[in-house]
Design a binder for this molecule. Sequence first.
Ligand SMILES: Nc1ncnc2c1ncn2[C@@H]1O[C@H](COP(=O)(O)OP(=O)(O)O)[C@@H](O)[C@H]1O
Ligand SMILES: [Mg+2]
Length: 254
Amino acid sequence: MVLLEATAIGKRFGGVIAVDDVSASVHEHSIHAVIGPNGAGKTTFFNTLSGFYFPDGGTVHFDGREITRMPNWQRVAAGMGRTFQTPSIFPELTVHENLQLGIWSQAGQAFRLRGGTRAQTQAVEARIDELLGFVNLASSRSRLVAELSHGSQRLCEIAMSLSTSPKIVLLDEPMAGLAEAETERIVGVIRDLRERLGLTVLFVEHNMRVVLSLADRITVMDRGRLLAEGTPNEISANEAVRDAYLGREVVDHV
Ligand SMILES: Nc1ncnc2c1ncn2[C@@H]1O[C@H](COP(=O)(O)OP(=O)(O)O)[C@@H](O)[C@H]1O
Ligand SMILES: [Mg+2]
């Protein structure tokens, strides 16, 4: 079943056509990657799916209904969780406080760090334990986010995106700028999102080796346009992708 379907999406900024007639079908329980060189339009396309921008043309369907112009917060309620390319957590708060904010804001009680009934507080704490356990950050619970490694900050963001109990998690370059070992931690958690939580993952990434090893399906963009869509094997064998983007040595390395 297709969970998220983008059809003929277009988006321009003044004279720049950032996304031009791009379609993608994200299947339920799949890990789907969007790749392409810098400036290809990946983030803009992604933002039209999350509702951060509305497209100028085309439609977006999610979980059986059209959401093309649904506001971002309604999409979160409908089951979309996302993290931004720029960190969207509060560095001066602890990991635990960030998650409290995420969970309380979902419950419609934004920025309420203390309070609620005892039962509510216990439920929130249990949920925080569950989320931190899932991303292996339980031991960093009381640390300020600013003091964590970049990889742990990303994991904290992923935990935040899970706090709204999404069906799909949208991640824009979750591994950007991370060292090898930290990249592996994120890769493991993305696999677990599908395997242990049964979620669907759509992520933007430019590390080809990561994409080819992690994704079930890959959408390749180049200069705002859809260049190819297929399985890792199809994409690494695709001549247009090889010519335009991948580079022979990267593909042969896999
Ligand atoms: N908010 C914006 N205003 C104007 N131009 C933008 C904006 N966002 C992106 N662009 C332009 O759209 C194109 C695609 O950008 P982007 O979607 O960020 O690509 P990618 O994520 O693949 O690197 C680029 O030419 C970029 O300069
Ligand atoms: Mg980008």
